[in-house]
Each structure stands twice: as structure tokens, then as C-alpha cells.
Design a protein around this ligand. Structure first.
Ligand SMILES: Cc1cc2nc3c(=O)[nH]c(=O)nc-3n(C[C@H](O)[C@H](O)[C@H](O)COP(=O)(O)O)c2cc1C
Length: 170
């Protein structure tokens, strides 16, 4: 599968089979995160793989009871191990760096026939407590990982003419 096909085909998946995810596929997905670019190549991230059923249930409760999170056999939690650095442009680097790594992992998962769904609606303090995440580390995103019961239809997107322009903002 080429990159364009993965970008076009990926969907947010919210219903999963109970089928386990092969360890070599999990490692390929983590590898995609590991190879992602980051500001000054600092790579200040940690990806937590959660397979334990009870822990997944707790995470789902901490994520506004989004129960599909626990239905998947694996939950990924993407953390930033440093959150103080601010780029010259004024944006904090950690959320950007970790988000790029997550995007890579979600696309890699799709290539391996695995479904994911970026989860941003969660109580960070609860998630940190469940996963024993140190105080100064931030949890940026969660995602279920598993084989979808089916692939959802594509969600609509704005047209290119609405989201892109040339030479100056208009
Ligand atoms: C930053 C971010 C946070 C999101 N949080 C959630 C969430 O908490 N729960 C959920 O079901 N989907 C969540 N989504 C998934 C979006 O709803 C989804 O990407 C969007 O509707 C487009 O659908 P698609 O991913 O299938 O193309 C989130 C996506 C992003 C990028």
C-alpha cells in the first residue's frame, strides 16, 4: 500500500472484533512512531501498549465511557516526556511532536488492516493514574487498536478550495 492509499483509506474505527493483534504488527506500528520527525529530533515521547482487560476498561471509563476503547484488544497511549519547550513560533512542541508520531502509527496500523481511533476526550489525570505516568509527563492521545468489525464510510471533508490558497491567505 502506498502512502496516498493509506491516507485515503484510513477511518476512525469504533467497533472491534475480539481477535488479538499480532505482536509483530504492534511492533511495526510502534516503529512508525519511533521514526516520526520531531522538533530538533528530540523524540521526547513514550508509547504505552495496554493489553490488560481491566486496565482497558478503566481507560474507557476515563475517556468519557467511550466503551469501544476497551472493546479493542489493545489500547495505545501516546505520551510526551517533556512538555515545557516552546518553538520560536510560539507553539509548544510536545503536542505537535506526539501528534505526528500518532498520525504515523494510525496510518501504519491501517496498512496492517488494523483499525484505530484518535481519542482526545479523556481525563488526563485519571489516565495518568491508571497507567502510572509520572507527574511531568503528558498524555496526548489514546487509541484503540484492533481488527474492525467493518470499515466505516468516509467522513466528509471540506473542498481543497476552502482549505488551501496560493501566495497569501485568502
Ligand atoms: C484531536 C482528535 C481528537 C479526537 N477525539 C475523539 C474522541 O474522543 N472520540 C472519538 O470517537 N473520536 C475522536 N476523534 C476522531 C474524529 O472524530 C475523526 O477523526 C473525524 O470525525 C473524521 O473521521 P475519520 O477519522 O474517520 O476520517 C478525534 C480526532 C482527533 C484528530
Amino acid at each position: 500500500m502506498d502512502v496516498a492509499a493509506a491516507i485515503r483509506g484510513r477511518r476512525s474505527v469504533r467497533a472491534f472484533k475480539s481477535q488479538d493483534v499480532e505482536q509483530d504488527k504492534i511492533e511495526k506500528i510502534l516503529e512508525a512512531g519511533r521514526l516520526a520527525p520531531s522538533a530538533n529530533n528530540r523524540q521526547q515521547w513514550k508509547f504505552i501498549v495496554v493489553k490488560d482487560h481491566e486496565t482497558r476498561q478503566k481507560l474507557a471509563r476515563a475517556a468519557m465511557n467511550q466503551s469501544f476503547l476497551a472493546q479493542a484488544p489493545v489500547v495505545l497511549a501516546a505520551c510526551a516526556t517533556e512538555s515545557q519547550k516552546v518553538m520560536m513560533c510560539g507553539h509548544p512542541t510536545y503536542a505537535i511532536d506526539v501528534s505526528i508520531a500518532c498520525a504515523y502509527m494510525l496510518l501504519q496500523a491501517y496498512e496492517l488492516d488494523l483499525g484505530t481511533c484518535w481519542i482526545g476526550a479523556f481525563n488526563e489525570e485519571e489516565v495518568k493514574s491508571i497507567l502510572c505516568v509520572p507527574k511531568d509527563v503528558r498524555v496526548v492521545a489514546l487509541s484503540p487498536l484492533g481488527y474492525p468489525t467493518s470499515w466505516p464510510d468516509a467522513r466528509p471533508r471540506k473542498g481543497l478550495d476552502e482549505v488551501a490558497c496560493y501566495e497569501a491567505y485568502r
